[in-house]
Design a protein around this ligand. Structure first.
Ligand SMILES: Cc1ncc(C[n+]2csc(CCOP(=O)(O)OP(=O)(O)O)c2C)c(N)n1
Length: 629
């Protein structure tokens, strides 16, 4: 076992080159084994085993810095930098993160999780190095999917100014999570197929050199005008035109070829892009055949490739998926937009049924939102389906392009709340805060799967921006009998008994029902309100609840700052009501990876912790005459 002897970054350099293939094989077996037990990002990691080895063989970590775009493909890098044991608890609470983390290792140069940031961050590191008179290498590894994100091009635009070495490795596997689409993808495939150019270049140089007298001169001239010669054979020469030297394409599963090209790249005093062609899922047939399914997986059976967990009940994403297809049949102006996540957001079915009304715009949330604004201004009713954490980067587009013009764009904000094993970068715990402050925006959180369907119906008749936020995982199917029609800006009364009132947002309604049961068992009177609209808040119901309750408890799966609780506190204070308010929310901090139930407990937003906080807060004064009951 070669892998056994790799415990620190320098160890790979001791491996006999004849054994590189065996080591790659061992790493693959290790990754498949571990991920089949813990779940994680499999296909992307299997694709970059040799690329990561080549990088570690050529460069010296931690002195040299590698920035992994998104960071989901950094498992081999973790394995080669002394974190083998951590894979037992990959993505589990307190265990190894599934993404690069500076606090986890000095070999992780920059934290990532969201796409298309690596070239900017790498450029920043390179500039810092130069300003401080240091001499390490900086390498940003970006996928062809991540290259569809606008920020990558903003960075490329900036990279040509650099007069020192900076290497961008483009890991081109022709896949985003789903198939990569759009102009960038088409361009790369053209470059790949035209790669005969490289052989041509070498042969041409050889032939020219042989011309007596002028041969040598001609070759020198050819090298000088390299980019214009390339232009003749590779249309566009996108990267060269950006002022970034292009090298490749090179086979991303041939370690020696990659080492050679990386050595060459390292010698240039400028930004250089190395185009590496890899296969997503390489070495594990089920992942090679279905790279999208194996992009991120739950624990699975290695033999069959099948997920170990039994299929659970419908998720909110499933409910959204079906509802969208039904709505589209009745509403011809309904269109749907995804930023490279048709599967994750549940729009796949819609895309098959209504191909002309579906748009996958690539990993480009900012563009997705302004594109939707344009569609809305043109008379369509767009739905942007996006994860809460990824919508963060489209803040200005929501404000500037959608909300100032008060356009009817529906935001289907999936994965709102704690998401679990992907950690800090993926938790959807800020959307209530960042959306609440935007004038003309309305925000709704359904309490169960039926209400998600109802709010989508409502949304089609609503002529303004509307965000509908719902959590990851199984959709709550309780409280089926309570299905009052949705009225704009109004909450829904679930139980009204005086004493303590629980004002619960979306997923917290289920928790509120559990808290109610616990407190009622102790003889306390408890009301439950399904908040529904977090913006605008239902002040009328607050006025009335303040009259016959002593304690208002707000409950939300969002950070405290800018959340629903803060709005209620400020309203109650402003009115001077004597009622006390206990806001229950996530603390104003980043929440690490781990099982959602554990994370909720840690944050004190599980039913038992909430009940305990209410007991402490309420003392005995809100208890009804329990003794007499
Ligand atoms: C801003 C943002 N949007 C969406 C995602 C979800 N996401 C994670 S990986 C990925 C695809 C990345 O494709 P690529 O860069 O080609 O890497 P590969 O997985 O193919 O190696 C997407 C869309 C994200 N991480 N960040």
């Amino acid at each position: 076992m070669i892998l056994e002897n790799i415990n620190q970054p320098s160890d790979i350099k001791k491996v006999d080159p004849a054994d590189y293939g065996c080591l790659a094989e061992e790493i693959r077996r290790f990754l498949i084994d571990k991920i089949s037990m813990t779940g994680g990002h499999l296909a992307s990691n299997l694709g970059v085993v040799e690329l990561t080895m080549a990088l570690h063989l050529v460069f010296d970590l931690p002195e040299d810095k590698i920035v992994w775009d998104v960071g989901h493909q950094s498992y081999t890098h973790k394995l080669l930098t002394g974190r083998k044991e951590g894979f037992e608890e990959l993505r589990q609470y307190g265990g190894l993160s599934g993404f690069p983390k500076r606090k986890e290792s000095s070999c992780d140069a920059f934290d990532t999780g969201h796409s298309s940031t690596s070239i900017s961050a790498g450029l920043g590191l390179a500039k810092a190095r130069d300003l401080r008179g240091e001499h390490y290498s900086v390498i940003s590894v970006i996928g062809d999917g991540a290259l569809t994100g606008g920020m990558a091009f903003e960075a490329l635009n900036n990279a040509e100014k650099l007069k020192s070495n900076f290497i961008i490795v483009l890991n081109d596997n022709q896949m985003s999570i789903s198939e990569n689409i759009g102009g960038v993808s088409r361009y790369l495939s053209k470059v790949r197929t035209d790669s005969g150019y490289n052989e041509f270049k070498e042969n041409l140089a050889e032939v020219l050199t042989k011309i007596p007298g002028i041969g040598e001169k001609l070759v020198t001239q050819l090298v000088r005008t390299k980019s214009s010669i390339k232009q003749l054979f590779i249309p566009g020469m996108l990267f060269e035109n950006f002022g970034v030297t292009y090298l490749g394409p090179v086979d991303g599963h041939n370690i020696k070829d990659m080492m050679r090209i990386l050595q060459e790249a390292r010698r240039l005093n400028r930004a250089v892009l190395v185009h590496v062609v890899t296969k997503k899922g390489m070495g594990y047939k089920p992942a090679e055949m279905q790279p999208s399914k194996f992009h991120g997986v739950e624990p699975f059976d290695i033999k069959t490739g099948k997920c170990k967990a039994a299929k659970t009940a419908a998720t909110y994403t499933d409910i959204f998926s079906v509802a969208m297809c039904k709505l589209a049949e009745r509403h011809e102006n309904l269109v749907a937009i995804s930023a490279a996540m048709p599967d994750g957001t549940g729009l796949k079915k819609f895309s098959v049924k209504f191909p002309n009304r579906f748009f996958d715009v690539g990993i480009a949330e900012e563009h997705a939102v302004t594109f939707a604004a344009g569609l809305a201004a043109g008379g369509m009713h767009p739905v942007v389906a996006v994860y809460s954490s990824f919508l963060q980067r489209a803040y200005d587009q929501i404000l500037h392009d959608v909300c100032i013009q008060n356009l009817p764009v529906i935001f289907a904000v999936d994965r709102a709340g704690l998401v679990g094993s992907d950690g800090e970068t993926h938790q959807g715990i800020f959307d209530l805060s960042y959306l609440s402050g935007i004038p003309n925006m309305s925000i709704f959180a359904p309490k169960n799967k039926y209400e998600l369907v109802d709010i989508l119906e409502f949304a089609m008749k609503f002529d303004h921006p509307l965000a509908i936020r719902y959590p990851r995982g199984t959709a709550y199917s309780g409280l089926k009998e309570i299905r009052t029609p949705i009225a704009y800006g109004k909450s829904e009364v679930i139980a009204r008994n005086g004493g303590i009132v629980l004002l619960a947002v979306g997923s917290m309604v289920k928790t509120a029902m559990e808290v109610k049961e616990m407190l009622e068992a102790e003889g306390r009177d408890v009301s439950v309100i399904n908040v529904r609209f977090v913006k605008p808040i239902d002040t009328e119901i607050l006025d009335s609840l303040a009259e016959d309750h002593r304690l208002l408890v707000t409950m939300e799966e969002n950070v405290a700052s800018g959340g629903y609780g803060e709005q209620v506190c400020s309203y109650v204070l402003d009115r001077g009501y004597p009622v006390r308010v206990l806001p229950i929310s996530l603390p104003d901090t980043y929440v690490e990876h781990g099982n959602v139930e554990i994370l909720k407990k840690e944050a004190g937003i599980d039913a038992a912790s909430i009940a305990e906080r209410i007991r402490r807060h309420a003392g005995s004064d809100t208890a009804s005459a329990a003794a007499g009951k």
